[in-house]
Design a protein around this ligand. Structure first.
Ligand SMILES: Nc1ncnc2c1ncn2[C@@H]1O[C@H](COP(=O)(O)OP(=O)(O)OP(=O)(O)O)[C@@H](O)[C@H]1O
Length: 548
């Protein structure tokens, strides 16, 4: 058997009263959450058994694809573990993405069941989502627009014996959609062996052990906590808008429950860094999903205890973690990043094999070592390891573009699947990986290619600039490079002519940026919904083409 839910009955035996999850619950007069809702390991195990048994009575069983649209809450965790126990296949899509894209994702997943909050059920009916779903369950109080409430499902399964499907390593465990920063999100097929390996690799890479107290501000990651025996404190914030989180509320939860590890997107780190209040007791911070700006890393390290670690893993929904770097080493690479080296994302997490191949937008059917570029040369980052997923659900064309079959040498040993990250980067002489941007965001000028993460940090050092984005206009190979610029908050647009000439001077000081001749001021960059950090360069490129 291979199933991450197998840890629950074990923890329920070993530490029944340990709190698996604390949730904000009601709000006090001071505006802070009371955290009056909690779930022990015993309850999480017993209640997810009851829900799994209740779901089986309604036809949600091993292999049933089930859309889950429930906010981080006790229900979400109970439900997810019930589905894993049942061997059913939860489908997770970010509800905040573009409406048309969301509908496409839900249709593509061909779900057989749909479990959601009342608002999601309403949207399902009105917008015609997931019409294939024949079982609908709501987390609301009444079975409105649904066949049953989750509470009813749990009551139906009350008293059930231990539920744990005998899932095999290769069985599909979940379909998780990417955040869609470069197009319509793709449904990544996770097998049980991927989750099991991911938990082992994350636990090992960051030294996470049972008994730790975590504040996971990025919902999917909270699911790993119960599997590691960690207590999750669910933050009092809108998980889809980390940039708008109230730092006071986060600090309150950290102090009250002795939170010792924190997980969040770079946008959330920026909120805490700006707030500037020390974070005593926090031993480990992990920030993933996009590069963390150097000033945020520096500020966070000042706020954390001297022996705390600040990790930034590099990876993607399709494969996580790929590489990791700790804040001290990251800070030491800042000068190189600001002169155009890219962002150092550290060393490959064992046992991943990371190799760099020649850049191409075409599918590559079979692996050949001749695809690899020499050390130091920028190419596409590929990875193969225990968490490397092998396909997208119902998106064969995308699967072909992202996967390479590699024979294992011996004729009988079969083959393994190499994932192409769609990112460009290189290895330095010390074996560290440097991220240079998304492959699809590269700008191909007559003078050669330019990579976003080698260009933007050079200009971002200007203290009146909030961020910049490199885009290309015209046909590949003949593109004109344009640097879009968002000014720092409070900087008057009348200063733009001066700032522009200063940026030109900065560019002229580096050979690779000297050829950038066009600078366009943009009021506010479009960013992705999940991390509030990835710049929508496709949209900016269209805007730049119109404005230029
Ligand atoms: N530590 C990091 N530093 C820099 N970039 C990172 C880091 N971690 C992740 N990324 C970026 O995030 C990407 C993975 O993001 P995710 O899986 O959420 O989907 P997405 O790439 O945003 O969406 P889509 O593939 O649909 O466009 C990586 O390929 C990389 O470009």
């Amino acid at each position: 058997m291979c199933n991450i839910a197998a840890s629950l009955p074990r923890l329920a035996r070993e530490a029944p009263d340990r709190i698996a999850m604390r949730c904000p619950g009601s709000r006090g007069a001071d505006g802070l959450a009371r955290y009056d809702v909690e779930l022990s390991y015993r309850e999480l195990d017993a209640r997810s058994d009851a829900i799994a048994a209740g779901l089986a009575r309604r036809g949600i069983v091993r292999g049933t694809r089930t859309v889950v649209m429930v906010r981080p809450s006790p229900e979400f965790f109970l439900l997810m573990f019930a589905l894993f126990k049942a061997g059913a296949v939860p489908v997770l899509v970010d509800p905040g993405i573009d409406r048309r894209a969301l509908r496409q994702c839900l249709d593509e997943a061909q779900p057989e069941a749909f479990i959601g909050i009342p608002l999601a059920q309403f949207a399902r009916v009105v917008l015609g989502w997931a019409s294939s779903a024949r079982v609908r369950i709501t987390t609301g109080r009444h079975a409105l627009l649904a066949d049953a409430t989750l509470a009813r499902v749990e009551r139906d399964g009350a008293g059930a014996t231990a539920q744990l499907a005998d899932t095999r390593p290769d069985d599909v465990a979940a379909i998780l959609f990417t955040s869609g920063s470069t197009g319509v999100p793709k449904g990544v097929v996770y097998r049980h062996r991927h989750f099991v390996a991911q938990i082992a690799m994350l636990g090992e890479a960051f030294g996470i052990g049972a008994g730790a107290v975590d504040l996971p501000t990025f919902p999917p990651f909270a699911l790993f906590d119960p599997a590691l025996g960690v207590t999750s404190v669910i933050p009092d914030m809108d998980a889809t808008k980390p940039a708008l989180a109230d730092p006071r509320r986060l600090h309150d939860a950290i102090a009250r429950f002795g939170v010792d590890q924190l997980f969040g997107s770079p946008a959330l780190m920026a909120v805490l860094a700006r707030h500037g209040q020390p974070l005593p007791g926090v031993k480990r911070v992990t920030s993933a999903g996009a590069p963390v700006p150097a000033d945020v890393v520096a500020r966070m390290r000042e706020l954390l205890p001297a022996d705390a670690q600040f990790w930034t893993p590099y990876g993607a929904t399709e494969c996580l973690p790929v590489a990791v770097i700790e804040g001290r080493e990251l800070q030491a690479t800042r000068a190189a990043t600001e002169s155009g080296a890219g962002t150092c994302v550290g060393r490959a997490v064992a046992p991943n094999e990371v190799r760099i191949i020649r850049i191409s937008d075409d599918a590559v059917e079979r692996w050949s070592d001749a695809l690899c570029v020499p050390t130091g040369e920028v190419g596409e980052i590929t990875v193969v390891g225990p968490t490397t997923t092998d396909s997208y659900f119902n998106r064969d064309a995308m699967t072909r573009l992202a996967k390479i079959r590699e024979p294992r040498g011996d004729v009988d040993a079969g083959e393994r699947i190499v994932h192409r990250m769609g990112d460009v980067g290189y290895f330095d002489a010390q074996g560290r990986l440097w991220f240079c941007g998304r492959k699809s965001h590269r700008v191909e000028c007559a003078s050669g290619p330019l990579y976003t993460e080698q260009v933007e940090p050079v200009f971002n050092v200007h203290d009146q600039v909030r961020r910049t984005a490199l885009v290309g206009i015209g046909p590949m190979g003949q593109q004109q490079a344009v640097l879009c610029v968002e000014l720092a908050q409070g900087v008057d647009g009348r200063h733009w002519p001066r700032i522009e000439s200063e940026l030109r001077a900065i560019g002229a000081a580096h050979p690779h940026t000297a050829g950038i001749a066009r600078f366009l001021r943009h009021p506010k960059f479009p960013v992705d919904i999940r991390h509030n950090a990835k710049i929508g360069r496709e949209k900016l490129a269209a805007w730049a083409a119109e404005s230029a």
